[in-house]
Ligand binder design. Structure first.
Ligand SMILES: [Zn+2]
Ligand SMILES: [Zn+2]
Length: 127
């Protein structure tokens, strides 16, 4: 049972969670999934740099800043996404329950954990 649980967790990409909401329950796995938006900026001149996600890391599309030539960048987490940033921002789908429960309840059997989760509104534990 524990094995199945990890298998499901790893395979679900939550692709059916819409990205225009802050968070929603994934229709495929039932987890509460939060869309987190990030913006990559140049450490040198601070302009926004287009970026993408590779192996769960956020990296700029080009090696060098088109404005100043620097290779240094930093990732800014956006509290909300606005129209101006949409062309630059990337998002990750973060499982809220995983952040707050599964890491602590990792050895609890799946059925026990779901009972536990159903008693508590996970939104209370959101950031
Ligand atoms: Zn899912
Ligand atoms: Zn720059």
């Amino acid at each position: 049972m524990l094995f199945d649980f990890f298998k499901v967790k790893r395979e679900c990409s939550h692709r059916n969670v819409p990205i225009d909401v802050e968070e929603a329950y994934c229709p495929d796995c039932g987890k509460l999934v939060r869309n987190k938006w990030y913006l990559v900026r140049c450490s040198c001149c601070n302009i926004k740099r287009k970026s993408h996600i590779k192996y769960n890391d956020i990296i700029p599309n080009t090696n060098y800043c088109p404005n100043c030539g620097s290779t240094d960048f930093y990732v800014e987490e956006l509290s909300n996404i606005n129209f101006m940033d949409l062309n630059y921002a990337v998002y990750k789908k973060i499982v809220v329950q995983q952040d707050h429960f599964v890491t602590r309840q990792i050895w609890v059997e799946e059925s026990e954990e779901q009972k536990f989760l159903s008693m508590i509104n996970p939104k209370e534990f959101a950031y």
